[in-house]
Design a protein around this ligand. Structure first.
Ligand SMILES: NC(=O)c1ccc[n+]([C@@H]2O[C@H](COP(=O)([O-])OP(=O)(O)OC[C@H]3O[C@@H](n4cnc5c(N)ncnc54)[C@H](O)[C@@H]3O)[C@@H](O)[C@H]2O)c1
Length: 259
């Protein structure tokens, strides 16, 4: 699907990957952009820059996602593309507080459930639409320094696979965007991040990969192509791959990994 002439919602649009996608969609001729973020001032600024609607929204709250879609449809008609992109990370192991695990679950996983509930049936009825969910390479592999992030992003992949199997026959496409390290607010100040082992890229690089992946209607969009090799290694020999993950954790906590 080309983004030209499409009506597109982007969540997490005040910053980073969401803002870069919004800018790219605008440059590529989207008909209407509806930008959502819990950072009301930030998303209003991006909205002014792009002449787009901005709607303060907490994506962890289903009522707010419903209201976002209702506002967007009242102004612009049916939604062609829903980019469910807002996300959070909390570092820690399996003993990190339930509140942090639940926050990652709500923002990184349930927000995609709420988006699908709000727009996918209408897309299927029209025979066209696109759910673009920003997940992470951590959803395909793991995030060795965050159990909560790993769990929530793995679940997001499972959900997207379910949605693709359900809705692709009705003409609704689903993609998961799975970068490793991207220079955004999420990674700034974290000098040691396992996602940086293959180099950090810019949010604009992710936006370019998203547009290309949507054109090709690929389920998995990999801004870092090397992730495909890691997926193959994981599928080929899970025990060997886990030994590699253990070594990566050791290097990370020994301070050997820098951006
Ligand atoms: N930066 C990376 O290295 C990286 C790598 C892989 C995946 N990702 C994913 O990319 C997505 C975007 O992250 P980013 O790197 O641009 O980070 P970012 O911090 O720059 O942007 C995230 C945006 O989401 C918003 N947000 C957070 N919680 C929200 C909520 N409950 N409701 C509405 N908005 C909320 C924030 O206000 C912020 O504007 C996330 O899903 C993240 O997990 C990032």
């Amino acid at each position: 699907m080309r983004v030209q002439d499409k009506t597109i919602i982007v969540t997490g649009a005040a910053s980073g990957i969401g803002r870069a996608m919004a800018r790219r969609f605008k440059a590529d001729g989207a008909k209407a952009l509806i930008l959502a973020d819990m950072d009301a001032d930030g998303v209003a600024g991006v909205g002014r820059e792009l002449d787009a609607f901005s709607v303060p929204t907490d994506v962890a709250d289903e009522a707010q996602i419903k209201a976002l879609v209702a506002t967007a449809e009242a102004a612009h008609g049916p939604i062609d593309v829903f980019c469910s992109n807002a996300g959070v990370i909390k570092m820690g192991d399996e003993d990190q507080p339930d509140a942090e695990i639940n926050l990652c679950w709500q923002v990184n996983t349930m927000s995609h459930v709420y988006a699908a509930r709000a727009v996918a049936p209408g897309m299927a009825a029209r025979g066209s639409g696109y759910l673009v969910n920003t997940v992470s390479a951590a959803g395909l592999l793991i995030q060795v320094d965050s159990a909560a992030y790993t769990m929530s992003k793995h679940a997001a992949i499972g959900l997207a696979e379910f949605l693709a199997a359900k809705y692709n026959p009705a003409g609704v496409r689903v993609s998961v965007v799975c970068p490793q390290g991207v220079r955004t607010a999420m990674t700034s100040g974290r000098l040691e991040t396992p996602a940086a082992v293959d180099g950090m890229i810019d949010a604009e690089d992710v936006a370019a990969a998203v547009v290309a992946g949507m054109d090709a209607e690929q389920f998995i969009i990999l801004p870092h192509p090397t992730v495909a090799d890691y997926m193959a290694r994981k599928a080929g020999d899970r025990d060997r791959w886990l030994r590699g993950m253990a070594r990566l954790r050791e290097r990370l906590f020994a301070g050997e990994i820098k951006q």
